[in-house]
Design a binder for this molecule. Sequence first.
Ligand code: HEC
Length: 286
Amino acid sequence: MKSTDDAVAAIKAIPEYQKKFQEVFGHDVNFADIENAIAAYERTQLAFDSPFDKFVNGDQNAISDSAKRGWSIFNGKGRCMSCHGWNPTQPLFTDQKFHNIGVSAHKSDFVPLARKALDLLNTTGGDSIAIDKLAIGTDMSGLGRFLVTKQPHDIGSFRTMTLRNLLVTQPYFHDGSQATLWDTIDHYNKGGVQNPYLDGGITPLGLTEAEEDDLVAFLASLTSPEYADAAKQEYDLQFKRSRTDRPQRDEGAANGDKGRGPGLAGPFGDIGPQQTLENPALVGGD
Ligand code: HEC
């Protein structure tokens, strides 16, 4: 929607909404009440009472052994807790901070893109509407938080997401670029996608297949009871897919044994499994 007036017009054009607005608010559609309605809806989107919550409250049988191993990996070898840390007073699995974990790095050449964004923001005055236009309408969306703060350390960074109810909110990451939880973990396992602004916490993890399965079992235990059935169905689909289809899996990078730095990208993008620095004939070209 280009403006709030456009939003009101679009909602008004739907007879069901017109009727409901009369019923609920006693008057015609206006923007303030669209906001109120959305806020009221969002207040219903609570996530709690998952098997994991029962487990941390003392019910040892609430989650599987695999999920328990996954919880240890989450807090240890997987390093997930450094950004998705949990404690009883911060139950959302997010530090609410912004990090570049390399999600948009494969699509964006950050340095020239950031320069271009700065030029544009300087000429347009850089107000919030100008920022929205860049973020929504152009390939600059990949610059993330930088568009708002203009601080180089925010290039390509996005807010750490909650990890609750993931099996009913696929696909993953801000751009929906990963289809399964195994794909997201493969992304972390290989050390993300290298770029100059990559968060220092992102590094090859060397997780085995069994450890990845355990991590997914842990993430699945963060499902609220009302989504249990839907989540089970999605888990089965993703599990099946993960046995054959693993576009992000990069064993060599995950174990740092490819004669290259962790997740190192060459000037022509990430070096795929068939290309190595020892075999320069294969590097670049296109
Ligand atoms: C350096 C901080 C950091 C670390 C470490 C980290 N994450 Fe994340 N995580 C993020 C950020 C930031 C996002 C959002 C990224 C984006 O959308 O571009 C995210 C998104 C995700 C998502 C997608 C959620 C969704 O709804 O789309 C999953 C799943 C996830 N992380 C799991 C993990 C797991 C599992 C680990 C450990 C192996 C981990 N993360 C380690 C910062 C981190």
